[in-house]
Design a protein around this ligand. Structure first.
Ligand SMILES: NC(=O)c1ccc[n+]([C@@H]2O[C@H](COP(=O)([O-])OP(=O)(O)OC[C@H]3O[C@@H](n4cnc5c(N)ncnc54)[C@H](O)[C@@H]3O)[C@@H](O)[C@H]2O)c1
Length: 343
């Protein structure tokens, strides 16, 4: 007999997994400073799109972030980017809490309890960084990768201290999207993941544990399953990109601020869902290659806002307006989560 899950009255407001139920809950706009956490030091390897926002999470939470960025221009821009990200989540930025370095060897490794690799997505570069990290970091430091596609088992292959290595996968913009995946590799010590999840929770994140480093981990597996069907519907001429966006955003996507899909189906009734699934599943897309409408655009260089065109056309003005609106909407959603937590 399977054990019954906790009833709705005990479910946490944001709907994370049962291991989070006794946690204080996500503190999405308030930080660790207010809760008296001691100063800790993190090394962030790579100060690009993700590295800067991840550093901001730690600075906002009262840590000192040591960011290693070889590109001098990007290094010089880091303080401004981290300050802006802290400002967006209503946190002060103290310049002394952000230290930038050109090379790994310059980091004060005796202070570092956690390293997060955010270097470009290439297996060779990541393996090289981890080989150096293993040599430089304290034996008790946790070594993590923010890679979206490479399993930590592949990155850490052949290293001697793989038990302390795991995936720590944030989502863009990292300082605004609450969830972070804590991914256990084949050789990872499970207690390393448990301690890391607790640290993430203390920083106001919502950690989800991924117990095996399968491709796409948890969030992207679910997201890609949906995207495959979205692209297929466009490819079949069943709906326009605008209508697919509206169907998700104002349809089931809208409900996700209130409940995850499993909780929502419990609320709606599993019998109804099961009957609908039996009817719909046989006609869902199950292609094993990316859809033609996606491949064609990529081949034509239509990569989205960065190329001026994707499924939509993007002028500089429209891009700036859309990005600002997007960030405002994410912040408003964070306030809903925060109000829910504090009552
Ligand atoms: N961009 C996203 O949406 C996103 C989301 C989740 C995870 N990720 C993952 O995060 C990682 C970084 O992605 P990004 O979007 O920030 O890339 P990015 O290109 O914006 O940043 C990478 C940075 O690493 C620096 N770098 C290059 N070689 C380095 C080295 N040897 N040591 C340290 N730094 C080095 C580069 O100069 C650059 O500033 C990738 O593994 C990616 O898969 C990206």
């Amino acid at each position: 007999m399977t054990a019954a899950r906790a009833g709705p009255a005990r479910l946490p407001s944001v709907g994370p997994a049962p291991h989070n139920q006794r946690a204080p809950g996500p503190i999405l706009l308030r930080g660790a400073f207010e809760r008296g956490c001691k100063m800790e030091h993190v090394a962030v390897i790579g100060g690009g799109t993700m590295g800067a926002d991840i550093a901001a999470i730690f600075v906002a939470g009262g840590w000192t972030a040591h960011v290693v960025e070889p590109d001098a221009g990007r290094r010089a821009a880091l303080a401004g980017r981290v300050e802006k990200a802290c400002g967006q989540i209503g946190k002060p930025f103290f310049a002394a809490q952000l230290v930038t370095q050109a090379a790994l060897a310059a980091v004060p490794w005796r202070d570092i309890s956690l390293a997060i690799e955010c270097a470009p997505e290439g297996l060779g570069i990541k393996r090289q960084v981890f080989a150096e990290l293993e040599r430089l970091a304290r034996p008790d430091a946790t070594l993590t990768s923010n890679s979206s596609s490479f399993p930590i088992s592949d990155i850490a292959q052949a290293l001697a201290t793989r038990a302390r290595m795991c995936g720590l996968h944030f989502f863009m913009p990292a300082h605004l999207v609450p969830v972070v995946e804590v991914i256990r590799g084949a050789a990872t010590d499970p207690t390393v993941c448990e301690r890391l999840a607790a640290k993430m929770r203390a920083l106001g994140r919502v950690p989800v544990n991924v117990k095996k480093d399968v491709p796409g981990f948890l969030v992207n597996r679910i997201q890609h399953a949906m995207m495959r069907e979205c692209f297929s519907l466009i490819e079949q001429g069943l709906a326009t990109p605008e209508d697919v966006d509206a169907a998700v955003r104002y349809g089931f996507g809208f409900r996700f601020v209130a409940a995850g899909p499993i909780l929502q189906k419990d609320l709606a009734g599993l019998d109804i869902h099961c009957a609908a699934a039996a009817t719909i599943y046989p006609s869902l897309c199950n292609d094993s290659a990316p859809s033609r409408v996606l491949r064609e655009r990529v081949a034509a260089g239509k990569h989205g806002v960065k190329a001026g065109e994707g499924f939509y056309k993007w002028s500089a003005d429209r891009t700036a307006a859309e990005k600002a609106r997007y960030d405002r909407a994410l912040l408003a959603a964070l306030e809903i989560f925060d109000r829910e937590r504090t009552g």
